[in-house]
Design a binder for this molecule. Sequence first.
Ligand code: PRX
Length: 662
Amino acid sequence: MSHDTDAELEARLAEQERFSPPESFVAQANVTDEGIYEEFEENWPECWEQAAALLDWDEPYDTVLDDSNPPFFEWFTGGSLNASANCLDRHLDERGDEAAIEWIGEPTEEENRTYTYRELHREVNEFAAALKDLGVAEDDVVTLYMPMIPELPIAMLACARIGAPHSVVFAGFSADALATRMNAADSEFLVTCDGYYRRGDPLEHKEKADEGLSGVEHDVETVVVDRLDDDYDHPMEANHHDYDDLVEAQAGMTVDPVSRDAEDMLFLMYTSGTTGQPKGVKHTTGGYLSWASWTGQAVLDIKPEDTYFCAADIGWITGHSYIVYGPLALGTTTMMYEGTPDYPEKDRLWEIVEEYEANQLYTAPTAIRAFMKWGSQYPESHDLSSLRLLGTVGEPINPRAWKWYYKYIGGEECPIVDTWWQTETGGMMITTLPGVSEMSPGSAGPPLPGLDVRIVDNDGEQVKPGRAGYLTVNKPWPGMLRTLYRNDERYIDEYWRTYSDVDSDDPDDWVYFPEDGAKISEDGYITVLGRVDDVINVSGHRLGTMEIESAIVGVEGVAEAAVVGGHHDVKGEAVYAYVITEDGYEGDDAMAERIIEGVNSAIGPIARPEQVVFTPELPKTRSGKIMRRLLEDIANGDELGNTSTLRNPEIVSEIAAKVKND
Ligand code: PRX
């Protein structure tokens, strides 16, 4: 690797707008035929049989796509399969003794664990037997509230084995968030843990889970993984069960994988939307698993002999699709890292890549911007030559960060896939194919083959290249969500109503709206501009402004609050809260602290406001609507937009004077 300074790198790469995939990569890539785009278009929807063919089916499907009742599209109908059998059993003969999961724990290397496919299969079976013993029946929703410990994917696969959908709640979410999700899903089973390590120190988790349980309206059986051993004593109640005891009691037990209909729910995942109530996104067994597998092999170039590293958290969709289901269905070795990238040193990730000889690295632009800020000396002190492909997900990546990633992590020899997708899409949608397409830093690329993605105006008409518009998906795809759990009406309202003729039975009249803005180049490369709804994206994590606002108005002394996203160099966006206090309350530091604490306990630390700005009024139109655009301008330190339609224009400069723009 040459030793350009950042300035030299910038100068050398700044001009370059397109990058060809490295020849060494193309020579071995899973997908190299550029004819695939045409082939899929001509052969749609049967092209997706290629995805289904990556799986083992108990019963073959008879229809690829049933679009008779839009927007309730069904894929591979008539077929049946089991996701856990596809991720485990079918690999035992050939790869039973190969590593399925390499787990890198904290705080010392002694913690690390390797699970071969055989070992993982054994423990998944034992835990599946334990869940059945606890009374979990097919279709019962089991909530999993755990950090990055192996028992999380084990519990997911155990649920899948017995046909019980899981609902994973990110461990960084608060007790309240856990309770909301368990109540919404009527989930009577919880698997959690006593705690975990962060930066070398034990951090309790069970108290948070217990507090959440106190807000659940029905009885719950709880399984507790003892992650911290003697570092933390956790009280167990009558309906609390120790994970190790349960698994030990089932030693050597096997459970036949339940044959699930292709359209049966594999899992639920709650995600933020425009209103305060999180949306329960429903994913299915056949369509989702084939999508995670097909995109895993076509885009991440996963091969069974790879050691593949996705540095996301399983608590989000990226971890579901690309740490657990996709990689394991493809029979590869998937890595899980419990810790943070800067502990004990800022080279921790590069140390791991070197030690495990990782072949792919899939992470978020937020992380890349942090690495860039820390400096190239950290990756340069490690041998990263095992890497073959790099990926990013979760938010737009700025060309400068892209080029830094390309040069310092990939050594200019790895293609980068900038993958646009969502919790709802199940897997990747817009990205270059690494062995086929040129890359364009800052632009995710063309839609995957077989997808019809357009950029449209308010009326649904396609906009000219280069112009900003709204992203739409005009044909269904196998990995799509099927509905919002128990709320078909909201499913239609949230994703379809904007651009569809909702009274039509013709599937072509139904257009999916992901609520992102985007533009397209002459040659079809899409640059995603970000959310156009009231959702902000902090470090690649999706947060609803309404959820945060309702947490803030729940704090004593708060009369009204408005939350917007403001630009942040590392996190992409940060939360800015504008707050009006009730009479008799002072908008002082102590109040700001209480507000931050209120957000912490209602949602979790990821939603903490960067700044709390107290104001006597919020900028409102004459009809009483808060002008969020102006609040965003203030947060960004931008020139303030038009204030002439405001009822109270004088308040704008008063608020702006209080905001610290660095
Ligand atoms: O705004 C888009 C942004 O993340 C949103 C989806 O968030 P979530 O459901 O939490 O899933 C994140 C992981 C798939 C999208 O609506 N987003 C995701 N990937 C990209 C992106 N924005 C720009 N470029 C991307 N590659």
